[in-house]
Design a protein around this ligand. Structure first.
Ligand code: SF4
Length: 197
């Protein structure tokens, strides 16, 4: 891990900036390859993540790993994090204040890793990063905002009880990595939504 990311990790572990610190077992800093071309951003840690201090290690995490495997990518090759780094009680959606308070960590993770694409997983990340809603309508799209590319997809948790959605998630992740290959080869990619114009 880069020294700068290690510093953020230690800050997250000790952070008491919002009320979620009172109910968490462990903070859950982002984890993965800091040379990654993509950062996956979910909503918040769940029960397993809270217990172990690692992101996406429960059933939803397994679904994400499965989708990555389908695209020929190992989890170790990517960086995975969340909008808020501590588990909200009973897995409720993090409040606007919690999200705002925690956003500085994500901003720093993005600034250090400089991903070609940020992959937004689900509505909370969509709303927090781009002000969007109804991810199911917009998933699969490539978005540009302030010189940063974002790819929209479902939260892997949505696929747990829905076999059709796991197919959709896998399709999205394959598309995401096809886009990354194009970007790495300096080829043009089609921007579906441009928030900067
Ligand atoms: S959710 Fe974020 S801001 Fe709140 S205590 Fe955890 S690390 Fe700090």
């Amino acid at each position: 891990m880069s020294k700068k990311l290690e510093i953020i990790k230690q800050k997250v572990i000790k952070c008491t900036n919002c009320d979620l610190c009172k109910t968490r077992t462990n903070s859950v800093p982002g984890k993965g390859n800091f040379h990654s071309n993509v950062i996956f951003v979910g909503e918040a840690p769940g029960k397993n993540e809270d217990k172990n201090g690692e992101p996406f290690i429960g059933i939803a995490g397994k679904k994400l790993s499965m989708a990555l495997k389908e695209a020929g990518v190992s989890r170790d090759d990517v960086y995975i994090t969340n909008i808020v780094k501590c588990r909200p009680p009973k897995n409720r959606v993090p409040t606007a204040i919690e999200r705002e308070t925690c956003q500085e960590y994500l901003k720093q993770e993005i600034a250090i890793i400089k991903p070609k694409i940020i992959c937004i997983l689900g509505n909370t990340a969509f709303n927090s990063l781009l002000g969007g809603s109804e991810i199911t309508k917009f998933r699969g799209k490539l978005v540009k905002k302030d010189n940063q590319l974002y790819f929209l997809s479902l939260h892997p948790a949505a696929t747990i009880y829905n076999q059709e959605l796991i197919t959709v998630l896998k399709k999205d992740i394959v598309k995401l990595f096809n886009l990354i290959v194009k970007l790495k080869n300096n080829k043009k990619v089609k921007i579906d939504i441009d928030y900067t114009t």
